[in-house]
Design a protein around this ligand. Sequence first.
Ligand code: DX5
Ligand code: ZN
Length: 221
Amino acid sequence: PLAPLIAPSILSADLARLGEDVERVLAAGADIVHFDVMDNHYVPNLTFGPAVAAALRKYGITAPLDVHLMVEPVDALAQEFAKAGATYITFHPEATRHVDRSLQAIRDAGCKPGLVFNPATPLDILNYVLDKVDMILLMSVNPGFGGQSFLPSALSKLADARAIIDSSGRDIRLEIDGGVKIDNIAEIAAAGADTFVAGSAIFNSKDYAATIRAMREAIAG
Ligand code: DX5
Ligand code: ZN
């Protein structure tokens, strides 16, 4: 299995001091930066675009940028995020007309592509594109907002995705996003996740390092 990664979602960061807050959370032990892109169309909320990703790179953030696109359409923005310095770029399959082409375009742009599954979206499509994804992201809330509660249905879905990944023999990351906290991260890890998005749980805590450390200890069991 791949080493676990803690991915703070900057949706819950101090947006007026974004560079400093991202630096702080990385210094506190975070592994990758989860970057939630919302367009008020695919989801009912609006966040930030490629200019903000480029600004974080210019500021000196060198950690992997995990760009979660909640936008429709996908392709043009994905290319802009590749230019802006994204590492992973994941999108929701229902938000693009040609999923295979969108995945390939992200890889051709030098990034690691992935697919995101909403709570009620089946994993079937993976049968046809598993060789093209470096990450599978399962939503454990309906996308659009931080601070929602973890949907327990995500646990059996994680187990299904874990089985699919293991049978592929490829190093595909299995990421979980929504309502991840210190007190549920152990069962989420046990269900098969190896990459853990946490927004409010980290950024609303006083001591980022203590929160991240507690998460790692719970994952290790
Ligand atoms: C929701 C976003 C999540 C969100 C998670 O659409 O994709 O990344 O920020 O926030 P928490 O950890 O607060 O549920
Ligand atoms: Zn996200």
